[in-house]
Design a protein around this ligand. Sequence first.
Ligand code: GRF
Length: 203
Amino acid sequence: MSRKRVAILISGGGSNMVSLVESMGEADHAGQPCLVLSNRADAGGLEKAAAMGVDTAVVDHKPFGGDRAAFETALTERLEMAQPDILCLAGFMRILTAGFVSHWQGRMLNIHPSLLPKYRGLHTHARALEAGESTHGCTVHEVTPELDEGPILGQAEVPILPGDTPDSLSARVLVQEHRLYPAVLRRFASGEREPLWLTDDAG
Ligand code: GRF
């Protein structure tokens, strides 16, 4: 079996990245990590990736100022060196332009901390609480040019409990992110596109 090469893009602590890399250690997984790339040199996930034996790279967005296209050209050049078949965005905090997205479309996944199509964008946990929702969760989707849209590949739901704060809710959702993203990537790498629906009772 030739395994699909998976590059993971991060900006921070990289807990989702760690769960993806660990899952690809399973012998029958159709994917293998080829690169962890961050737009921030201080992203904690870089050390974690290196400790797991995965190549790392930094393409800092700051020297490019507001020139997103130039940043993305540098990003693509570095990514292409690793010859990925699949890109996983995992807490990568840069908005990507349509040009970059269309280059990778059909091969790029993202995890978003809400039950899309609800709460695209930032501050999803606070917004779900303010709206008085009884459930919340996370979504893995294919990346298309519109922010947090694109075909849904999986969702995991959690209850909202009395007394929840954005932090407590975020922590409950993150546990599910670490189940959902590896499960979806495993399926995606082997060609499965049917959405996966998880509830947190198995967690
Ligand atoms: C997660 O909540 C993810 O859903 C969001 O950014 C956070 C990343 O956390 N997009 P980590 O870097 O994977 O720990």
